[in-house]
Design a protein around this ligand. Structure first.
Ligand code: ATP
Length: 136
């Protein structure tokens, strides 16, 4: 029986996190998915949201967006389009990205890609939420 979970988060750019933890909650497409050691094997698609992981009583948060999580009894492997630990997030940059996305959506020009603007908006909002928590 596994007592811990090896949590690995990777993007096409980098290894974001590799740590032994006690619990992981991922933002699945169908809702939050909580994982403790010895969870049944599964694969879940991910939406843009917050991944939470706990070691003992310490809870930490990160932003993930898209991709999927593969769950095994002793391991959770997250492959996401982008991911940042909350302490890596640049709040000013996220605020600027949010303003840009809001402007684009408001202007709604001719060759406007709504899905892309919406994705940028969601990522910026999650980043702001996490960065603000880190600073508060
Ligand atoms: P920006 O226009 O500010 O680059 P974006 O929404 O276009 O925002 P993404 O395409 O989601 O950015 O991400 C591109 C890369 O930049 C990824 O590696 C992502 O982790 C990183 N990144 C984006 N915004 C931030 C931020 N506010 N703080 C830290 N890293 C960020």
């Amino acid at each position: 029986m596994a007592e811990k979970i090896k949590l690995e988060v990777v993007t096409p750019e980098r290894l974001v996190l590799s740590e032994l933890v006690d619990e992981v909650v991922v933002p699945g497409l169908g809702g939050e998915l909580g994982i403790l050691p010895n969870h049944t094997a599964l694969i879940s698609q991910l939406k843009t949201g917050i991944l939470t992981y706990r070691t003992g009583t310490e809870k930490r948060l990160m932003h993930v967006s898209g991709g999927f999580a593969e769950v095994l009894p002793d391991q959770v492997s997250v492959m996401s389009d982008v991911a940042e630990r909350s302490e890596e997030i640049d709040l000013d940059r996220a605020q600027r990205a949010l303003e840009r996305a809001e402007k684009r959506i408001a202007q709604n020009g001719g060759d406007f890609d709504f899905d892309r603007a919406e994705l940028k908006l969601q990522r910026a909002m999650i980043r702001i939420q996490l960065a603000a928590k880190g600073q508060g």
